[in-house]
Design a protein around this ligand. Structure first.
Ligand SMILES: [Zn+2]
Length: 289
């Protein structure tokens, strides 16, 4: 899709390709559009590229191990000299797990920005492929200039702490890059979404909104994550044997809730799976658990 100064956003835009390359912002998804996983967005203005997120997807096959799908990086590798920076919105696998596949093929001086918890999780992943990369930590107050893109951030609630939306200001307009979130007014281990900041940005004018919230097509509200702990409590009370909890490994707040309930009922906790062990170890080290 393209965003241009005079025409504003129009997915049907019919214009000479070279005009768009010089005038417009080109936004391409190498994954994450129309599917839940594998998020990788490429913003391009006057041949300068900004990447937001770099995740993997998963395919479940009957009676077989789940397979990873890595986005097709060909376009980025063919244009690697034009990439000015990479920004990560949060630490979920479908936003960070593609980095160990992409970064070793790019200049190691390419700036990489991520929220605090995501940065720690990425460092672990990069260590596994022998890459020692400096990650710059971002927060709500961060302001970045990456090539022609000016970035600022909005804190949002999601199933992992430290999740941000990105405001991408470009010479032709402002784009609100709203990666995964849900409005949870009683979050388990993070603060509430910065809605006042969102309203302010809205008043200042947004030319294009990209918003990704699972099940947003359904009317009504999703229950707060607080409710999950009440459900655990209700179920564990009458459970005589082992009590199993499954969730995606990076759902840090849900692990905390399971541990809280286990402790209240004098249960021992055993983590099963390499990914969950890693996430819990990192989250504990960083003071989130
Ligand atoms: Zn997510």
């Amino acid at each position: 899709m393209f965003l241009t100064k005079n025409l504003r956003f129009n997915p049907e835009i019919k214009k000479n390709k070279t005009d768009l390359q010089t005038e417009g912002v080109r936004i391409a998804s190498l994954g994450g559009f129309g599917s839940v996983t594998q998020n990788l967005f490429v913003y391009e203005y006057q041949k300068q590229i900004l990447i937001i997120d770099c995740g993997v997807g998963f395919v479940e096959k009957k009676n077989q191990k789940t397979e990873l799908i890595v986005p097709d990086f060909d376009y980025l590798l063919q244009n690697k000299d034009r990439i000015k920076g990479l920004v990560v919105t949060h630490g979920h696998e479908d936003h960070i797990a593609g980095l160990p596949f992409l970064l070793p093929k790019l200049d190691n001086n390419l700036p990489l920005y991520a929220p605090r918890l995501a940065a720690a999780l990425i460092e672990e992943k990069l260590e596994e492929v022998g890459l020692n990369k400096k990650i710059k930590v971002i927060d709500s107050e961060s302001r970045l200039e990456i090539g022609p893109f000016s970035l600022s951030f909005v804190y949002v609630t999601h199933s992992i702490p430290d999740t941000f939306h990105v405001i991408v200001k470009t010479p032709v307009g402002t784009i609100y890059h709203g990666s995964d979130f849900k409005f949870d007014w009683t979050p388990v281990m993070s603060r509430q979404s910065e809605v006042a900041k969102m309203a302010l940005i809205g008043n200042q004018g947004v030319d294009l909104l990209l918003s990704d919230s699972l099940r947003s097509e359904r009317a009504g509200y999703t229950l707060s994550e607080q409710m999950v702990e009440e459900s655990f409590e209700r179920e564990i009370k009458d459970c005589r044997g082992r009590f199993f909890v499954t969730t995606i490994s990076s759902n840090v707040s849900r692990w905390q809730q399971a541990i809280n309930v286990a402790a209240q009922h004098q249960r021992k906790v055993v983590l099963v799976g390499r990914s969950v062990e890693k996430v819990v170890e990192v989250a504990q080290k960083m003071g989130y658990l």
